[in-house]
Design a binder for this molecule. Structure first.
Ligand code: SAM
Length: 682
């Protein structure tokens, strides 16, 4: 499986990256402003062409000398990375200032040279408030031709200039999580167990934010007993900051002319932290804590995960499981893409919210992540299932015009991802996907069993979670995920107020579609393979009642289209449509539900105090062992499923979360239950 875009033309995310350097209050990310100076101490330097970047803001160099040797010495050797990679485990590196990516590239080179089992995965999580422009990254590494392939791959993956988390699948077994923003707020939102810290900023005297107490406190939260740290500086405030937060540090010989550097190990008993388990000791909302990851080891069999449901949710989960070296099995009595994911076509476009809250971050990131997933999948499978025709979002009234203006002025997406066209917004990367092909591409190399599940049983003692089939058979897995859209409701989901909605999509084989697609609630789009799609009705549905198509619904769809595009609507006859109706599952807050299924009885006992507004240290949320859910994706599943799947599989397999903690909290299966308790207090 190759997940690296190799051809720029095929990569919308890569080729349309932002050139926008204007920071805005809600979206304050701007390119690094650089000057260049000749590499010092390099005997081969005879001209100014061998140069090293200097930050104008901090008046300091990104690294000294030729860079890579110092990085190897300070960060790779300082954390004993080579020997630890050779042990064959998955590994997480945390870095405070990503900069040029040099430290990442050095770690990558070391990882590529190590021999390891297929399920080993390198996660690199880094913060950066001023990313380097692609041309600056190229210039930085022009004197290191052996890094060229990885440098170009890194440039191809550079995300748009939007704040927050960006999940970048680098190679089959390497994932880069880049967080654009200030290191203090970025670290506070990370959920991960970091094995080694690359503590890299400009010198403490010029860049104090990078070395402040909040940074060391967050590092402690994200560390465990084996976590190490290395940094080039031995400044007293850094030594004290690390020591005060549980790191045992010592000075060792520095690189080149630098006499000393610092290495250390996290020894949690030295801190005030209440425990050292994988649960985060200072959990802000313990009822939404990440569940304990399943245990894996290099000499163990890969994890086997059951995914109930073969739609976009299930297929995205299967894809995410395989990327992390696990073995997925999709269980769906009707096979792949039989429900709402079997429609003739589906829009891939963003939902954009004003402001910078978790919901706004989730939907924006989901859109960017979905486009990247589609790009990578197209390369992997050589299947073309996405028409990047662009989507025009039409303003339907004055309020919407105002909202669009706000989105533009807030730079919710950079200008090459969202432009103004009159009163409307245009998304050039958006388009129409063939959902069936999309689902099949995501689920390729996945075992699919056409069986009907009657119930799921949580794991207990030494027994793994089980799936029971209506045939009477049972099968055990390491984990079971319910991702069956509007299918059967299992009793373990009792605390989640799911509802169902039916929607009819009309397909006119002979009609000409608009290019780009248009949307304003109703939409008209080019159908995959030709013709016009018009959608979609929205009706509350009863659980277990199959959706039906109707001429009435086709007429409604045409009527609604008439309000936004008279020209297209006037030539359509309801009788000419080949309609399809499908049911979707949704939640009251219109956000997906993603995470470990709570043990509802334990939740009731453990959090009863919330009903009385009791303030105390609540225990970590107890889930039903080995059971998870990803459902309630509503009408945006084609866009949000890849990110939701990455969130859940990362939690199950112990990888860093691809999203901010507050985003994951907003999707947690216990959120309605907890809200209900708190409401009772009021
Ligand atoms: N590790 C980098 C490399 O391999 O090129 C070099 C890092 S450079 C010395 C420090 C980096 O930290 C810069 O890219 C800078 O923009 C970033 N930085 C400085 N202050 C920051 C802050 N408060 N939050 C996030 N990033 C910051």
């Amino acid at each position: 499986m190759t997940t690296r875009p190799q051809n720029k033309k095929q990569s919308a995310v890569a080729s349309t990256r932002s050139r926008d350097s204007v920071a805005h209050e809600a979206n304050q990310i701007a390119w690094a402003d650089l000057s260049w100076k000749p590499i010092a101490g390099d005997a081969k330097v005879t001209t100014g062409s061998r140069v090293t970047p200097v930050s104008k803001q901090f008046d300091d160099i990104y690294f000294s000398g030729r860079g890579i040797d110092e990085t190897q010495h300070v960060f790779i050797d300082g954390n004993n990375i080579r020997q630890r990679f050779a042990q064959g485990n998955s590994f997480v590196i945390g870095e405070t200032g990503f900069g040029t990516g040099l430290n990442f590239l050095a770690a990558l080179e070391t990882w590529q040279a190590a021999s390891k089992p297929v399920q080993a995965h390198l996660d690199y999580v880094a913060c950066e408030q001023s990313p380097l422009r692609p041309e600056d990254i190229r210039r930085t590494f022009q004197h290191l031709p052996n890094l060229k392939a990885n440098v170009e791959a890194l440039i191809d993956l550079q995300p748009p200039l939007t704040p927050g988390f960006h999940r970048l699948p680098f190679l089959d077994n390497v994932t880069l999580t880049l967080i654009y923003g200030d290191v203090r707020s970025a670290l506070a939102e990370i959920e991960a167990k970091v094995d080694a810290w690359f503590l890299d900023g400009f010198s403490p005297s010029r860049n104090p934010d990078m070395w402040c107490p909040e940074v060391f406190q967050q590092m402690a939260r994200l560390s465990n007993r084996n976590t190490t740290v290395a940094t080039f500086t031995v400044a007293g405030l850094v030594r004290r900051g690390l020591t005060d937060n549980g790191f045992d540090v010592k000075k060792t010989p520095g690189f080149g002319r630098k006499r000393e550097m610092l290495v250390g190990q996290f020894l949690p008993q030295k801190t005030a932290l209440p425990d050292e388990s994988s649960h985060f000791p200072r959990e802000r909302k313990p009822w939404f804590a990440r569940s304990t990851a399943l245990k894996t080891a290099p000499d163990k069999e890969p994890l086997r995960l059951a995914i109930i449901g073969g739609g976009i949710a299930g297929a995205s989960l299967a894809h995410a499981v395989r990327r992390r070296g696990g073995i997925p099995t999709i269980i769906d009595r009707d096979g792949l893409a039989a429900g709402a994911s079997g429609n003739k076509g589906g829009l891939i476009m963003p939902r954009l919210d004003i402001g910078a809250d978790a919901v706004a971050y989730f939907f924006r990131q989901a859109y960017i992540h979905c486009l990247r997933t589609i790009d990578n999948l197209t390369l992997e499978t050589s299947h073309d299932f996405f028409n990047r025709c662009g989507v025009k979002l039409l303003a339907s009234d004055k309020d919407e015009v105002k909202k669009f203006e706000k989105l533009l002025s807030e730079k919710t997406l950079p200008t090459d991802w969202m432009t103004q066209q009159g009163n409307d917004l245009f998304f050039p990367q958006a388009g129409v996907v063939d959902p069936k092909k999309y689902v099949h591409a995501l689920a390729s190399h996945t075992r699919v069993t056409n069986e009907c599940v009657s119930s799921v049983i949580p794991g207990r003692d030494n027994i793994k979670p089980e799936v029971m089939f209506t045939s009477g058979n049972t099968e055990q897995f390491d984990a079971v995920i319910i991702a069956n859209g509007a299918g059967d409701i299992f009793t373990v989901l009792q605390g989640i107020p799911f509802t169902n909605v039916d929607g009819q999509l009309d397909y006119f084989a002979k009609a000409s579609p608009p290019e780009p697609a248009i949307a304003a609630g109703p939409y008209a789009a080019p159908a995959p393979g030709g013709g016009l799609l018009v959608g979609a009705t929205y009706m509350k549905a009863e659980q277990g009642v199959a959706p039906t198509v109707s001429l009435e619904a086709s007429k409604t769809n045409i009527e609604k289209l008439r309000e936004i595009d008279l020209q297209i609507a006037k030539d359509l006859n309801a009788e000419d449509s080949a309609p399809r109706a499908a049911t979707r599952r949704q939640t009251p807050d219109r956000l997906p539900t993603v995470g470990a299924i709570p043990n509802w009885d334990a939740y009731e006992r453990d959090y009863d105090g919330l009903r009385h507004g009791q303030r105390k240290q609540y225990t970590i949320g107890r889930p039903l062992r080995g059971l998870y859910v990803m459902s309630g994706l509503g009408s945006r599943g084609l866009v949000t499923a890849p990110l939701c799947a990455d969130i859940l599989i990362s939690e199950i397999m112990g990888a860093p979360s691809p999203v901010a903690q507050n985003v994951r909290h907003g999707l947690h299966p216990a959120r309605f239950f907890i809200r209900q308790l708190k409401r009772q207090e009021r």
